[in-house]
Design a protein around this ligand. Sequence first.
Ligand code: 5GP
Length: 188
Amino acid sequence: MVETSVSSGQLVVLTGPSGVGKGTLVQRLLTLHPDWFLSISATTRSPREGEFDGQSYYFLSKDQFQTWITEEKLLEWAEYAGNYYGTPREPVETQIAQGKTVLLEIEVVGAKQIQQTFPAARRIFILPPSVEILETRLRGRGTDPDSAIAKRLAQAKEELAAAPEFDYQIVNNDLEQALGELSQIICE
Ligand code: 5GP
């Protein structure tokens, strides 16, 4: 993996299991700080209803994704619940060079890779109040079939074990409180 230096902006990695509320927290942070930049990931999973290419994700075929890996276009990538996900390198590097705060909302395996490529990144792990509450949230979201939810839950349990490896851990019990803690870490 190519070593990348941070010249002026900062890179903030938000990770944690699917359903923990990373997406909601990120959207709230962007509303509070419209000058921050959210990286748009590439994925091989199919778009959900209301998701559009280049907005939610760059939706790629497996062959295209493989080409991006080979050409080192991705800052990190991981297989997650049967699909590939990765962070396009160029937009992140450009925004950081311009002094921006760049947010990545990614799963745990990829977040660990960022540890090597951007040692200066602030790596934040979002925890659910409990595994039971995480399951309720995943089912309540209604975006995935039962088989996908079961896969995500099994994966979530493994991911939670990695929480201590990250710089910060935040429990997303009360959204406002979690948001306050996050803002403090990023702005300090
Ligand atoms: P979803 O399919 O629900 O949109 O995302 C599944 C998981 O993939 C989530 O935990 C999400 O944070 C993660 N993810 C999204 N984009 C990326 C990425 O670029 N890299 C990695 N490693 N994970 C990602």
